[in-house]
Design a protein around this ligand. Sequence first.
Ligand code: 0GY
Length: 310
Amino acid sequence: MSKPTSGPFEKTTGWLDWYTNPSKPAFKLPPGSVDVHCHVFGPGAKFPYAPERKYTPCDASREQLFALRDHLGFARNVVVQATCHGADNRAMVDAIVASGGRARGVATVRRDFSDQQLQDLHAAGVRGVRFNFVKRLVDFTPKDELSEIAARISRLGWHVVIYFEAQDLPELWDFFTGLPTTIVVDHMGRPDVSKPIDGPEFQLFVKFMRDNRNVWSKVTCPERLSVTGPRALNGERNAYRDVVPFARVITEMFPDRVLWGTDWPHPNLKNHMPDDGLLVDVIPHVATTPELQRKLLVDNPMRLYWPEEK
Ligand code: 0GY
């Protein structure tokens, strides 16, 4: 892969730029694997960043995303609208349309979107809407507005992707359980992995999934959640070991409701930028059998994003 800047740790935007030359994973992804959490940024000259954004990323184009997909061995992508583009979905739509059917999208929708706009997003390949509750990323949106949007997009067969931090789950619980669609949680609800896995905070998330059969989780972003970081043992490619038990327990308890993605180009990381090849090599530690791997990487994402092919 190539990009104009010269290395993984160069700061051009106040945040780290993505890793330029990811390694080849040792883990061979099952045929038809889907990376369900990745973004495109800009290019800013063509698709300007939103005035209300909380960070300005480096450009990360659709061509660079597709090159990463092929390098890692994925067959398809789900491109998730990131907050730096606000509710201007043009960069994401441009990428999924250009993918030739190999990408679907998750949009940000506002109350004033018309039915025609929603239909156009659907025709382009959007299958979900994202509600973001992470305070450092977005301004507050009233819940009645989100409920109205959820009701409208449910009629298109879309789902709701939610992004929140673990300590906010109790306050958001009633709102989430009242949503009328499938719900997909980003990054396991961002657990604090320095706390015990059997402690009240993570067990509340387990209960959330156990009690609500419409709730799915992305077992993603070890690089965001890890305290110990990418250090591997004995030279093996087993990075982010403190996150693995959390992702593994969710994968084993709810094998038909988990998804995996790279989170490329990893916006908002300040201390460490992951090697995407090493991230892929976390997967067999999380999903330890070929059956779990096939569900996580192929069957589940296909059921959610390409149901017409199942
Ligand atoms: C992620 C995580 C982050 C950013 C966004 O939309 C976004 O800007 O989701 C984050 O900063 O934790 O999934 O990309």
